[in-house]
Design a protein around this ligand. Structure first.
Ligand code: IPE
Ligand code: IPE
Ligand code: MG
Length: 246
């Protein structure tokens, strides 16, 4: 039996892919695709809030994306600054809490400042909790967590045997929010590309052929409908899951 159609994921994570191909198909520079993707971010944030999603995590720039041509990297950084300047007031009006996760110290000073301001301004908001992963990598997150636990062990605060899954998860950047229930990747590729490696262990995966700049609320709803039809077993049998529901 499928779940209720009203079964909305608590946490949705999105790999926003396909901007470059969108631009190429129009004979434009890659930057035009990134720029066009901003409206899909807006639509997705709105849709998530409207449908009752509590946490939305968007992959905006990976630790590996630094390898792209310098021109593309700097135009993306400029776009982040511009998007923050334009969008934060509206997000704040809509009660969205904004947080950036990643190796933010690798970013330019001006961008870091804008991010910090946006976080401070929206910190008290109680609506959608929007996490934006920038200069983020799943392996980076895991290595950082391992380092912080090693430091605590060296300081005598914990012993090696204290490090179980719960403690380890607690040292990751998204420790304070539940793991994603649903991962959406646009752009047709079916891979994780070093996103939330630990946290996605039991996420339902929805791959869309739609290129990110074309992604809209109806595409988001398609992913939610897919999710609503899934039985999540977490290792149990289907009968066990049904029995708990009754
Ligand atoms: C995703 O779109 C945006 C970032 C990775 C920053 P891409 O730029 O990867 O677009 P494609 O995959 O080349 O089409
Ligand atoms: C993943 O997309 C990163 C983001 C969407 C920010 P990529 O375009 O970088 O992934 P690969 O290189 O195709 O795996
Ligand atoms: Mg890509």
């Amino acid at each position: 039996m499928s779940s209720e159609p009203t079964n909305v994921p608590t946490h949705v994570a999105v790999i926003m892919d396909g901007n470059g191909r969108w631009a190429r198909a129009r004979g434009k520079a890659r930057h035009a695709g990134h720029r066009a993707g901003v409206k899909s971010v807006r639509a997705t944030v709105e849709a998530a809030a409207e449908r009752g999603v509590s946490y939305l995590t968007l992959f905006a720039f990976s630790s590996e994306n630094w390898k792209r041509p310098e021109e593309e990297v700097s135009s993306l950084m400029g776009l982040f600054v511009e998007a923050l300047r334009r969008e934060v007031a509206e997000l704040h009006r809509n009660n969205v809490r904004l947080r950036f996760v990643g190796a933010l110290e690798q970013l330019g000073g001006g961008l870091q400042q804008k991010m910090a301001e946006a976080q401070q301004k929206t910190a008290g908001n109680t609506g959608l909790f929007l996490n934006v992963a920038v200069a983020f990598g799943g392996r980076w997150d895991i290595v950082e967590a391992a380092q912080s636990l090693a430091r605590r062990a060296v300081a005598g605060e914990i012993s090696a045997a204290d490090i179980d899954e719960e403690v380890f998860a607690g040292a990751l950047r998204l420790a304070d929010i539940p793991d994603p229930d649903l991962l959406i990747r646009t752009g047709g590729e079916r891979r994780i590309s070093n996103f939330l490696l630990w946290n996605l262990a039991y996420a339902e995966l929805w791959f869309s052929e739609v290129l990110w700049p074309d992604f809209d609320k109806s595409d988001f709803d398609m992913a939610l409908a897919y999710y609503a039809g899934k039985q999540r077993r977490f290792g149990h049998t289907g009968d066990q899951v049904e029995a708990v529901k009754c």
